[in-house]
Design a protein. Structure first.
Length: 375
């Protein structure tokens, strides 16, 4: 009797253990180790003082799906170069095809502390970019480790374990040695973060038709010029989307003020708290990072939740869709405080869309040094 009870117990124990192991299966997925890397013998010039081997390593990590728990998703899955590093999905899909809660963001012109040699492309401040739609992070080296560990995005449970697994992949020890010369064991979460960050800060967008216009005063069509006038003057879109300065999404250092965030009246009762999540200040509820409109023609769908498919739909929002919400930006209110309707005539909308299309940087999206080295 006793023996029977014992073996029943043992059976139960065995079942429990095997189920636990099955659940754990994902985290023990073996990383494939074959090499398919295609790197130039002399590294590309990334223009940062720390050297070119650091961003080269970052590029490889950025496109390596082995950073995700089941080797299925890389940073590049949700940040595609051809789309200014966005992904054409309202809410991005993670390693198990579950949806994230927000729209993937373009990666360009990020300013980060601890990197020298890459000046702000618009000659602005050296304040670090506030990252994510809610600005909850401004340390890029720490930030890049978040999607790797995010349970929906890439699902890696243990970064130290990941570092060990990466060390066992033949390409990496040499890449890390070159990127961090003369140091001991260099494959750690910290160096993975630093290399990824170095790659990200090197992604600069300054090659659009609009940039040519800024430098030479020429190159825009009549319609684009007309749209530019409407954008900067008549509708004052530039009061938020400052195309020539680095204000967009920047935290104002020291002052405690949270700059570059705004509620544009998408919903009367915002369901996503937005910047409130970073500041815990009720006055920040419903405020989101003012996105850069560089490459905006490529970054559809639009807004933090990807609710609009086209730039025309965005125009409709500003024209007659702004809702009265608690923290609606004063620039989008009438004198009596209600939501402003800009009633933008179709011709004006078309001209502004033409202008927004001139912000596409065809050099950046084709530049080999930002492309997938596994192809
Ligand atoms: C599953 C899709 C997905 C993957 C994989 C992913 N991201 Fe993202 N990324 C997003 C989404 C969605 C956001 C916006 C999240 C938010 O605001 O909460 C974002 C935001 C960012 C931002 C902020 C940009 C800004 O201007 O604020 C950076 C930088 C970034 N990701 C880099 C990376 C890196 C590096 C990796 C790989 C380690 C990565 N991402 C992997 C979807 C993804
Ligand atoms: C009061 C500040 C403010 C003004 C003025 C403003 N915007 Fe915006 N705009 C924002 C914010 C904030 C977002 C992102 C909102 C979100 O996702 O919740 C945004 C989003 C957008 C987007 C989508 C970008 C993307 O990547 O998803 C476009 C396009 C755009 N605005 C164009 C315009 C145009 C054109 C005007 C002038 C008619 C304008 N904006 C005026 C703050 C502003």
């Amino acid at each position: 009797m006793k023996e029977l009870r014992f073996s029943v117990l043992a059976m139960i124990l065995l079942v429990v253990i095997t189920t636990a192991c099955q659940m754990d299966d994902l985290s023990s997925t073996v990383k494939p180790t074959e090499s398919t890397l295609n790197l130039p013998t002399t590294p590309f010039n990334y223009g940062i003082v720390e050297g070119n081997d650091l961003p080269t390593l970052g590029r490889v990590l950025f496109y390596d799906p082995r950073l995700s728990i089941n080797n299925s998703v890389s940073c590049g899955s949700c940040h595609k170069q051809a789309l200014a590093f966005t992904d054409q999905t309202s809410l991005s899909l993670g390693f198990e095809n579950k949806t994230t809660t927000r729209n993937s963001m373009p990666i360009q012109n990020i300013v980060a502390i601890n990197f020298t040699g890459i000046p702000d492309p618009f000659g602005g401040s050296s304040l670090p970019t506030a990252l994510f739609w809610d600005g909850r992070q401004n340390n890029l080296e720490a930030m890049v480790l978040e999607p790797i560990q995010n349970h929906i995005e890439m699902g890696t449970v243990d970064l130290n374990q990941l570092a060990l697994e990466i060390a066992a992949i033949p390409d990496y020890p040499t890449l890390f040695q070159k990127a961090f010369p003369g140091q001991g064991i260099t494959i750690t979460p910290g160096t993975i973060g630093r290399a990824l960050a170095a790659f990200l800060v090197s992604i600069r967008s300054t090659g659009s038709k609009f940039d040519v216009f800024l430098n030479t005063g020429a190159g825009l069509t009549d319609l684009e010029l007309q749209g530019r006038g409407l954008f900067f003057d008549k509708y004052d879109c530039n009061s938020c989307h400052q195309l020539q300065s680095p204000i967009n999404g920047y935290q104002l250092a020291g002052s405690g003020e949270f700059g570059g965030f705004s509620d544009i009246g998408l919903d009367p009762e915002p369901t996503d708290g937005g910047a409130f999540r970073s500041t815990n200040n009720p006055a920040d509820k419903g405020k989101f990072k003012i996105p850069s409109l560089r490459n905006v023609a490529l970054t559809s769908p639009y807004m933090h939740d990807g609710r609009f498919e086209t730039l025309e739909e965005v125009m409709d929002h500003y024209s007659e869709g702004i809702k009265g919400s608690e923290n609606l930006d004063p620039r989008l209110r009438t004198i009596d405080g209600g939501p402003k309707q800009f009633n933008i005539p179709v011709a004006d909308q078309q001209a502004m869309v033409a202008f927004l299309n001139s912000l596409t940087d065809h050099q950046m999206i084709r530049d080999v040094k930002f492309s997938d080295p596994f192809k």
